[in-house]
Design a protein around this ligand. Structure first.
Ligand code: PFF
Length: 462
């Protein structure tokens, strides 16, 4: 017991609720908010999407967030340790989450490195007239194949990869409060300020109103389509980082007496608020681009890597004061991405630390150095880009959905642990958890997760 006590003392803790809330918002607010939500909302009913989106937030997002908090806080451990204390045999769920975290960290670091480079490229619009061709060359440059590029891009990507990993290692080595929380407390307000300036700038671009009209015009008939509802739940699950093991790990660093449910509500609504702001900013910019090119907004809508590294460079080149838009946009991606990257790396570090009883610094090095080497090496080969697509798809459509589905079923039906967890939450919240929580976690969430797993499998096969 003495040894176990020593091990636990080393785990670190949040100094209070605010530190935890900032760290949790830092994880939730990520690339998913900026480059995923706008296109998902547009394609699934526009303004009408708000309805399924809010229903998904209230009936599954926040309830599952509470579940993550309850498990992490009640059993006080990293994902594998907490699941193991829950029931010995459920430890595998935690390791599954660690595996997913490892995979995400590998390619998230790469995207962050790109965004860092592009923030600098924005200053002189390095991509020239053809951002699409430039991005192709830029990503190939790392694999050293067929590079005809006018500047030395290979060191550029490598240098930013190294910068991203060094920053990650420093923050993680500083620990839960001085590293993770302190950086979120600084970066998240900075992100909000930068993004608000970006949105205001974008709103005054010619054509912005057309973009907003395209995003918010409600297509009520969409509400009859099951696919729209699955998309809303999918966006909410991803956006709140539920079932990644992140929220579970973070809540294990909270003091024994904390308001878990109140914090969960703040995190859930802050994340969705920022997400809607992202929709406004991105579609104002897309409306501008459509007008500049004399096409419909529908023809310029994109998401993910295409939106950030192909569409936005075009917008930046075209818009007055484009460099400012570029620095704000890519700067936002860097800040939002970094606070998510540290949260996903923490899942792995905490697991290793709990398992082997290592110090914070050694577990940070054991996790981050190999990750840094593998991610840099992997994406320096021609396999890198196709691999990124495969990993991203696997993680999002199967990995996380399966983790969430298995956890809700195991907790509700196999172990029948929901009443204990509800009791735990009831004693640590500003409001009592009603029976609705049992219905959301035990019924609504597994049904939706099951349906989305089946529908991605069907679309894979056909
Ligand atoms: N909630 C994050 C987002 O919306 O981007 C999801 C996430 C992705 C968290 C990747 C952490 C991470 F490393």
């Amino acid at each position: 017991p003495a040894e176990a006590g020593a091990r636990r003392a080393d785990r670190g803790a949040f100094s209070g609720r605010t530190s935890f809330i900032f760290a949790a918002i830092g994880s939730a607010v990520g690339l998913g908010n900026i480059w995923r939500f706008p296109a998902v909302a547009y394609e699934n009913g526009g303004g009408a999407f708000i309805l399924p989106y809010l229903v998904a937030l209230l009936t599954a997002g926040i309830p599952l967030l509470f579940l993550d908090y309850a498990i992490g806080h009640r059993w006080r451990g990293s994902a594998p340790a907490a699941w193991r204390r829950f029931r010995r045999w459920t430890e595998f769920i935690g390791w599954w989450q660690v595996l997913i975290a490892l995979v995400i960290a590998l390619y998230y670091a790469l995207i962050l490195a790109w965004a860092t480079n592009y923030m600098i490229f924005s200053l002189d619009q390095r991509w020239g007239d053809d951002p699409n061709a430039f991005f192709g060359q830029y990503t190939q440059a790392l694999s050293g194949t067929d590079v005809h590029i006018s500047f030395d891009v290979v060191p550029a990507v490598l240098v930013s990869m190294v910068v991203v990993w060094i920053a990650t290692i420093v923050v993680m080595a500083l620990g839960v409060q001085k590293g993770i929380s302190a950086s979120s407390v600084v970066f998240i307000p900075l992100l909000v300020i930068m993004f608000v300036i970006l949105v205001i700038r974008a709103l005054f671009l010619p054509g912005a109103i057309d973009g907003l009209e395209a995003l918010f015009r409600p297509h009520w008939a969409a509400l009859l389509s099951p696919g729209v509802w699955v998309a809303a739940y999918g966006q909410i699950f991803f956006s709140l980082s539920v079932a990644f093991g992140i929220m579970l790990t973070y809540s294990s660093y909270l003091k024994k007496r904390t308001d878990l449910t109140g914090s969960g509500l703040v995190v859930g609504f802050a994340n969705s608020g920022f997400e809607i702001l992202c929709g406004i900013g991105v579609f104002s910019a897309l409306g501008f681009m459509a007008q500049a090119q004399g096409v419909q907004v529908s023809e310029v809508v994109s998401s993910g890597i295409g939106l950030a590294f192909i569409a936005f460079p075009a917008i930046i080149s075209e818009a007055p004061a484009g460099a400012l838009i570029g620095v704000l946009f890519f700067g936002s991606l860097v800040l939002a991405g970094f606070t998510s990257l540290i949260s996903i790396v923490e899942v792995v570090i905490a697991a290793i630390q709990d398992k082997f009883g290592l110090s914070r610094i050694s577990s940070t090095l054991w996790v981050c150095v190999p990750l840094a080497v593998v991610s840099t090496a992997l994406f320096s080969t021609t396999m890198g880009m196709p691999l990124l697509d495969v990993l991203d798809k696997w993680v999002n459509e199967y990995g996380i959905v399966a983790a969430a589905l298995v956890s809700t079923i195991v907790v509700t039906y196999v172990v029948r642990g929901l009443p204990t967890l509800r009791d735990h939450l009831d004693h640590r919240g500003t409001f009592p958890i009603g029976r609705w929580w049992l219905v959301c976690v035990g019924l609504i969430a597994p049904v939706v997760l099951g349906v989305s797993l089946v529908s991605s499998t069907i679309s894979l096969v056909t």
